[in-house]
Ligand binder design. Structure first.
Ligand code: KG4
Ligand code: ZN
Length: 349
């Protein structure tokens, strides 16, 4: 079979797409979105599998993959319908090809290739981490680099200097748990359910953040993070103070995480002379992190760019945005592209 659009586009020539369909299946969210001209979100549909995994206290990879198979087609259909378009109107299909759960990624990648071939349009693989970085800037038309971006999700925690789209310099990263993972583990230990971030965020509003002085790891000059000691300290504290109010423990834990995230982000921003700081990833939805980073940026006289909460957690609009830019910059991906569960950002020195 000859697929004209896909074949021509695979030649690697930059491709300007008007309407991009984005697909995201790297973890437990099945998502599809239509993005116009790389910036305007015509639709963004996210079907969360939280209820499916909640009783196991975390994402079960086998269940996630099977659920994506069931959900992908209806979610794509809904995204097209909400944008008032059909497949014939789509100019390119962008999909997350890593990092993430390999079985889940493969569902999205295979589905995206099938749609691109059926519609005769280019296909582009998107790095999920780069998509989160695009999410932090998608809603902000007048960003001026250099920016420092704090990406904090369930699987990753790092600080990058964004010199320009596609040009990322790693400043520091977690040496053990991701920030979201720490929220999830502490919430599970406190019996608060899954996912832990939103519930700790909510319950902390009723707690005293000064009740317990949890450790702030790696306070020195490094931009690296460490959260596993903090989690252990929460466990020890609850063992020693079984009478402690859960809201106080949660609020004190959240305070310790946010303290470190904000201090390092602001120090990095000063170091690189950033015009602003951006948040990205699921933990960027955290209320305390959002208010503290806004206050810190305001007092440093630089901008704070906070994506909407829906744009912080996994979604396909950010995949379409990164895909649109990659298409315009590098051209489409070959249809031989697979899934890479361990993909990291392409960094500059
Ligand atoms: O980016 P994301 O949706 O998925 C990954 O790529 O990992 O991030 C999910 C993570 C989970 O660990 C969840 O607990 C955390 O983001 N999270 C939050 C909040 N909302 C989600 N953490 C703290 N406060 C929140 N409000
Ligand atoms: Zn994510």
């Amino acid at each position: 079979m000859t697929v004209a659009g896909a074949d021509v586009a695979v030649a690697g020539a930059p491709f300007a797409a008007h309407r991009v369909l984005g697909i995201e299946t790297s973890c437990d969210e099945t998502a599809a979105a239509v993005l116009l001209d790389g910036r305007h979100i015509a639709s963004s549909v996210v079907s969360s599998q939280i209820d499916l995994h909640a009783r196991f206290g975390g994402v079960v990879p086998e269940l996630a993959g099977r659920a994506h198979v069931d959900l992908l087609t209806p979610v794509v259909a809904e995204a097209l319908a909400e944008a008032d378009l059909t497949g014939a109107d789509i100019d390119a299909v962008a999909v997350t090809w890593g990092p993430g759960l390999v079985g889940s990624l493969l569902v999205g990648v295979s589905g995206a290739k099938a749609l691109a071939m059926a519609w005769g349009v280019p296909f582009v693989g998107v790095n999920h981490l780069e998509a989160h970085l695009f999410a932090s800037t998608l809603e902000q038309p007048d960003l001026e680099p250099p920016l420092v971006v704090l990406l904090v999700s369930g699987g990753h925690t790092f600080l990058v200097e964004l010199e320009a789209p596609g040009r990322y310099r790693l400043l520091g990263q977690t040496i053990d748990d991701a920030a979201g993972e720490a929220f999830d583990k502490v919430a599970r230990y406190l019996g608060l359910g899954y996912p832990g971030g939103p519930v700790i965020d909510a319950i902390s509003a009723e707690g005293d953040p000064t009740a317990f002085a949890f450790p702030r790891a790696l306070p020195g000059a490094t931009y690296d993070f460490s959260f596993s000691g903090l989690k252990t300290s929460v466990v020890r504290t609850v063992e020693r103070h079984p009478e402690a109010a859960t809201a106080d423990v949660a609020a004190s834990f959240q305070e310790a995480v946010v303290d470190v995230l904000v201090a390092k982000t602001m120090r990095a921003a000063e170091h690189v002379g950033a015009t602003g700081v951006c948040l990205a990833g699921g933990v960027a939805a955290n209320s305390l992190l959002r208010s503290r980073i806004s206050e810190a940026a305001a007092s440093a006289g630089i901008a704070a760019y906070l994506p909407s909460r829906a744009m912080c957690t996994d979604n396909a609009a950010m995949v379409a945005a990164a895909g649109w830019w990659r298409l315009a910059h590098d051209g489409p991906s070959p249809l031989s592209l697979g899934a890479d569960p361990n993909l990291f950002l392409d960094l500059i020195a």
